[in-house]
Structure formats: structure tokens, C-alpha cells
Design a protein around this ligand. Structure first.
Ligand SMILES: C[S@@+](CC[C@H](N)C(=O)[O-])C[C@H]1O[C@@H](n2cnc3c(N)ncnc32)[C@H](O)[C@@H]1O
Length: 282
């Protein structure tokens, strides 16, 4: 096993396991469970993603979201919502009482009635078929890819679905996905290599992914001096694990993880000829 795999494995070990909410037929429990821990990295990421999309200077970008889950980033970016708005929606008694079919029907109407703040084509990619299927059913994403690219190469259908992707985004998924997934996805893009805008927890080093991206002519920059709160630790055990994980990387948790939350950093990879990260004024 490569050293990076060891780091990812030990950092993942102490992290609470939410597999039971990642692949349900609708997102009600996902939002309520993570909302209780103030999960908010998609909200933090939204203005950064929008800024990057604008900087790319192309209408109707084709955006691929790795670990799209229930279409969270697509919902926030397109419809001017925060994660907490959706948590509040799914906490309402009426929505708790709905059947799955009613909840999906209600959500489809809710998004269809909202004004779109951003026009883009979204493709969601996740191992969770139910979650990605929901995102497509309610119209948050235009296409869903359900594959585990950590374990196997892409199918021809999936390759075709990403052929025209301009931008790859991700929140909360690095750690589950590694350079293998990035490699397989970018390799299937037929036009110029896409830009990559990725939020990654401090405990998951981005180096191996950045290294992989250089093979596609993409240069990675980290946004300096900014850390983005992801969510509160679920319990003492998770807190101790996260502190140990960042300290093992030589990072100082003071003022960050030491105060009870996970923090992510932002990485942008793009062709060398594109504007520098500093010029994007994120
Ligand atoms: C913490 S959730 C983040 C979801 C969403 N991006 C957000 O921020 O709300 C992690 C997601 O990664 C997905 N995931 C886990 N392993 C994966 C893999 N090998 N490939 C793609 N997605 C994966 C999970 O199914 C889950 O939807």
C-alpha cells in the first residue's frame, strides 16, 4: 500500500461512518443528520465555486460533481440555497410524514418553482445509486454516474457522460476518492482538460491528486490562509482522531480542529495558461 493510502486509512478510521444515510431514496435523513452537526462545507464552497465558474468565462458550463450525493452542490449553486435552508425544509413535520414518493414529488416541484441563479449543466457522480438517482429524479442534475472508480475503470456509458466536462467540483468526498478517481474521470474528457475545484479536509493530503493532475497539464494551487469549516465532530472519539490525524501531518490544530470542527482547504487545478488563483479574488 502506498504511504498516502495509509494516511487516508488512518484518518478515515476515526471519522464517523454515515454510510446509512448516504444511499437512501430521498435526502431527508441526510440533511437532518448532518444538519445536527452543522455540516456546511457545501455552503462555504458555493461562493468559491461560483467565482471559479465565472472566471472560466464560458456560458452553460458542464460541471461534474464527485460524490454528488443527493445533488447537494447542484442545489446550492443553482438555486441560491444554503445547506441549512434544506435542513430546515426536511425538519418540517409535514416533510417527515411524507412517503418517499411524496417527498420526491414535493422536492421536484420545490426546485422547479425556484428561480435559477446560475445556468449550468450538472453531472453527478457517486457510488450511491439511490442518492444520485434522487438528484436526477428531482431535476438537480442532468445526468448521474454511479460507479466506484476507486475499484474499477469507467464504463463506456460513464465515459460518454463526462466527455464534455469543463469543471470538476467536490466537497466532502476526497478521502473516499483518491487520485484514481480523478485520473479515470479526466482521462475520459475529450476536450481540453477540465478545471478542478476541490475542497478537501486538512487531514487528507492533496499531494497525490495534484501530482496526478500534472499528467493532464493541470497545475494545482491551494488557497492560502483560508480554512473552511466542514462540520462539528460527532463525539470525543472523532475529535481525538481528527486532532491526531492533523498532528501526524505536522499541522497545528489550534484555532481549528482543536475547537471542535473539521476544516477543509480549497484547491484549484487548471491549465498553466489560465489566470492564477490570486487573480480570481476568492
Ligand atoms: C460526506 S458525503 C458528501 C456529499 C456532498 N458532496 C456534500 O458535500 O454534501 C460523501 C459522499 O461521497 C460518496 N462516495 C463515497 N465513496 C465514493 C466513491 N468511491 N466514488 C464516488 N463517491 C463516493 C458517498 O456516497 C457520499 O455521497
Amino acid at each position: 500500500m502506498a504511504p498516502n493510502d495509509d494516511i487516508f486509512d488512518s484518518a478515515n478510521e476515526a471519522k464517523a461512518n454515515f454510510d446509512d444515510i448516504y444511499n437512501l431514496p430521498d435526502p431527508r435523513r441526510y440533511y437532518r443528520t448532518l444538519g445536527a452537526l452543522d455540516y456546511r462545507i457545501p455552503t462555504e464552497a458555493r461562493p468559491i465555486f461560483r467565482r471559479v465558474m465565472k472566471a472560466m468565462g464560458k456560458d452553460n458550463l458542464s460541471v461534474l460533481d464527485i460524490g454528488c450525493s443527493y445533488g447537494v452542490n447542484a442545489a446550492l449553486i443553482q438555486y441560491d440555497l444554503e445547506f441549512s435552508d434544506l435542513v430546515a425544509r426536511y425538519r418540517r413535520q409535514e416533510m417527515r410524514e411524507e412517503s418517499v414518493a411524496e417527498a420526491i414529488f414535493d422536492d421536484a416541484a420545490f426546485f422547479a418553482d425556484r428561480r435559477k441563479a446560475v445556468e449550468a449543466t450538472f453531472t453527478g457522480m457517486d457510488v450511491a445509486a439511490e442518492a444520485a438517482g434522487y438528484a436526477r429524479a428531482v431535476g438537480l442534475i442532468d445526468d448521474a454516474i454511479v460507479e466506484n472508480l476507486e475499484a474499477a475503470p469507467m464504463t463506456d456509458d460513464a465515459r460518454a457522460a463526462v466527455a464534455d466536462v469543463d469543471l470538476i467540483i467536490t466537497t466532502g468526498a476526497v478521502g473516499y476518492v483518491t487520485e484514481k478517481t480523478f485520473n479515470r474521470l479526466i482521462d475520459a474528457v475529450e476536450g481540453p482538460p477540465p478545471w478542478i475545484a476541490a475542497f478537501s479536509l486538512r487531514q487528507f493530503p492533496f499531494d497525490a491528486i495534484a501530482e496526478e493532475l500534472t499528467g493532464f497539464g493541470l497545475e494545482t494551487e491551494k488557497l492560502d490562509d483560508r480554512c473552511f469549516p466542514q462540520r462539528r465532530f460527532r463525539d470525543e472519539e472523532e475529535a481525538a482522531g481528527a486532532l491526531a490525524a492533523v498532528e501526524a501531518l505536522g499541522l497545528d490544530p489550534a484555532g481549528l480542529e482543536a475547537d471542535g470542527e473539521y476544516f477543509a482547504e480549497f484547491y484549484l487545478a487548471k491549465p498553466r495558461s489560465a489566470p492564477q488563483l490570486a487573480d480570481l479574488r476568492l
